[in-house]
Design a protein around this ligand. Structure first.
Ligand SMILES: Cc1cc2nc3c(=O)[nH]c(=O)nc-3n(C[C@H](O)[C@H](O)[C@H](O)COP(=O)(O)OP(=O)(O)OC[C@H]3O[C@@H](n4cnc5c(N)ncnc54)[C@H](O)[C@@H]3O)c2cc1C
Ligand code: FES
Length: 322
């Protein structure tokens, strides 16, 4: 066992055989994570002191990040005691994931290739999640992750699902799924949720496509209204192809909504490019980005170049399952 100490002073003992994220969970501590398989980089953390090992290439990390001792804590195991630039998130009240049956309650087309799926749980099951987290749908031996688009206070759980060409689960959602179909869901996973930022001036949400789902949940959450109100600026940049695809917008006056339409103009525009046009004190800005992996990687480098501290960039990348 090795002792892992975090920046907030908390510590835990991690086995040589388990990842740092797993070791933290076994000790009831939560470190940032999402996919838990080295694909998304949500668990990226800087090792201040100590040695770790992995048998993966850690593809989401750049060469510079590797040189600067960043690791993916979900696939790294300790080789010594460690001091990590990470914080425990357990004070936010996570629940351990549970697998429960769920029936399809509604299927609502939103665009030509996006549907909203409503799920209902048995009456004795109250879903426990923080807005922004995702769940896994298990159907016919297939398991896929979907961000929860509804707030925890709503009765139905809503998902915003895109049709991926030749996708196994897409084929189910878009040509077989019907009301009252029985699925299983593993709820809830990941640490993409709105933290309690006390001293920051601006909050920027970035989303591409169905990456708007967890942001819908975050901004619609009654519990989050006080957290949102602390910022002087709350800005949402949502990338879609066409104006006609914008199936949602926030209804709060204190959120500036900027659709970024990549196919409406003469040149393609992306959310990460539009971000640089915002006149903000980037050193006092937190960024929450969700959607395509490519957008998140570009947006993170741009945000850091603009002055955002790397610990103030939170993301959930919709990486493929395998
Ligand atoms: C944390 C997390 C949250 C997610 N939330 C959502 C969500 O809210 N809504 C949603 O629609 N999807 C979401 N996804 C993606 C989702 O889990 C599936 O990857 C997606 O639905 C495709 O599954 P499939 O079975 O149809 O395709 P598959 O059979 O798995 O793949 C078919 C083809 O599509 C490609 N592909 C699969 N997934 C992706 C992807 N994400 N990006 C680019 N290419 C891909 C594959 O490489 C393959 O070529 C999320 C993923 C993660 C990791
Ligand atoms: S890469 Fe570690 S949680 Fe995704």
């Amino acid at each position: 066992m090795f002792k892992i100490t975090l920046l907030d002073g908390k510590s835990f003992f991690c086995k040589e055989s388990e990842s740092i994220v797993e070791g933290a969970r076994r000790n009831d501590l939560y470190l940032d994570h999402s996919c838990l398989s080295g694909r998304c980089s949500s668990c990226k953390v800087k090792v201040i002191n100590g040695e770790t090992i992995t048998d993966s290439d850690e593809l989401p990390l750049s060469d510079l990040e590797k040189q600067e001792n960043f690791i993916l804590a979900c696939i790294r195991k300790p080789l010594s005691d460690l001091y990590l630039a990470a914080e425990d998130l357990s004070q936010y009240g996570f629940s351990s994931p549970v697998t429960v049956p769920a029936k399809i309650n509604s299927i609502t087309p939103l665009t030509a290739d996006i549907v909203e799926i409503g799920l209902r749980l048995p009456p004795n099951q109250k879903p426990q999640f923080l807005e922004g987290q995702y769940l896994n749908v298990i159907w016919n031996g297939i398991k896929r992750s979907y961000s929860i688009a509804s707030a925890a206070s709503e009765t139905a759980i809503k998902l915003i699902v895109k049709n991926y060409p030749n996708g196994q689960m897409s084929a189910y959602w878009f040509s077989q799924a019907k009301i009252n179909d029985l699925l299983r869901i593993e709820i809830a996973n990941g640490t993409f949720f709105l933290r309690n930022h006390v001293d920051k001036e601006s909050l920027v949400f970035l989303a591409t496509g169905t990456g708007i789902a967890p942001i819908q949940a975050i901004v619609n959450s009654p519990q989050n209204q006080a957290r949102l109100a602390k910022f002087r600026n709350v800005i949402l940049l949502w990338g879609m192809k066409y104006q006609s695809e914008l199936f949602w917008k926030p209804n709060q006056d204190n959120i500036t909504f900027i659709p970024v339409l990549s196919r409406e103009g003469k040149t393609k525009t992306y959310v990460q490019d539009k971000m640089a046009d915002l006149e903000l004190d980037w050193t006092s800005t937190v960024v929450y980005a969700c959607g395509s992996d490519a957008m998140i990687q570009h947006a993170e480098s741009k945000a850091i170049a603009l002055g955002v501290e790397n610990t103030n960039f939170y993301s959930d990348a919709f990486v493929p399952s395998n």
